[in-house]
Design a protein around this ligand. Sequence first.
Ligand code: RFL
Ligand code: PHB
Length: 404
Amino acid sequence: MGTRVPVAIVGAGPAGLLLANLLQREGIESVVLESRSRSEIEATVRAGVLEQGTVDLLKEAGLGERLVREGVVHHGIHLRFDKRTRRIDLSSLTGGRSITLYAQHEVIKDLVAARLRAGRAIEFSVRDVHLRDLEGDSPSVRYRRADGTEAVVECDFIAGCDGYHGVSRNSIPARSRVEHTRAYPFGWFGILVEAPLASEELIYACHDRGFALVSTRSPSLQRLYFQCDPADSVEAWPDARIWDELHTRLETDDGWTFQEGRITQKNIVAMRSFVCETMRHGRLFLAGDAAHIVPPTGAKGLNLAVADVRRLAAALAEHYASGRDAALDRYATDALRRVWRCEHFSWWMTSMLHRFPGEDSFHRHLQVSQLEYLTQSKAAATALAENYVGLPWDWTNDNGGGLQ
Ligand code: RFL
Ligand code: PHB
């Protein structure tokens, strides 16, 4: 059985769900197709850091009520190396901007709830999704519903928001896209732990044994990561080994320590940088992880997905309001400018803070020198801070878009 809507959205991650909500506010109807169940998407633990612009956008769109109540605003981060901790004062370096700690799956819950409250459905647990006729005026999405029946949605546009492993990117013919990839020779081992706050602000630690990160989810639930072998397994890391490693990598010369607790989740994440050029093919527009991946060190992935769909929603609104397609035609070029800026920042943070197998003493000295410079020079610290809190939406390589 077929339906027709202006926009078909593939994927109910942050990109797809936010796009659906933003379009709804412009009076543009959409369908959202998601391959996982509602409980799965609402329980997957991923990002934690929201840029100021992401928070402002969610608030402006009426999606930030719980975020404002429960999110925790941070004004700085800590860099730890040589057993000492130096603070980067994000807010004083960026004219008062900040980041907010609020878990990605809580954002997902809020976006799902808002969509359902507006009386609009999300089709969960769909299978066999195929995108058709992308180069014509009336593309379509064929899929199988959770009950096994076949369905087709005809539309004006398809938003490919189905993440790195989705079908959208590969629906662009190989001759029409160029993919840029960098794999890193390490992964992140992440744990969730029931314990009090280890630190009021995030700690990024660079140690001879490798990188470690102290983050948080709530006053009683902490999120910690440490660099590991990408081929490592969770089973190889009993709790005692994890605590030993974290205590070693986070040690300071002033006796700082943190409280251990019950580890409720362990996982290993691969680290990669990836960009698909282009982000548009005919009537298919890619957004978020479907088009690009950054290593999590700069906390950029979700925020970049938000920047993409903000741009895409505005371009689609212009199309439906005035019939003008200038913004849709610029979408890929403009979005990719921000993508490459975030790619560089995430690669740079990753390169500065991790140990690379086989690295020599020269490389190590460069890392330490860079870290020292960052914490001694206001200019260097500002470069980190303005990227970390997020560049303004209208930032472009051409006009400087308001950077001071
Ligand atoms: P998602 O979240 O992958 O959502 C895609 C959705 O599409 C569904 N899907 C399909 N649906 C229909 N048909 C198909 N064929 C489909 N194939 C897939 C999937 O089930 C899924 O629900 O992509 P999106 O929306 O672009 O969002 C991207 C973010 O999730 C990602 O960039 C962030 O999680 C990255 N990230 C971080 N980003 C930040 O901005 N700040 C952070 O602090 C931060 N920390 C992190 C992170 C990612 C991490 N991992 C796990 C890689 C920390 C970690 C550890
Ligand atoms: C997190 O809290 O999950 C987190 C924080 C900072 C990062 C990446 C992940 O850079």
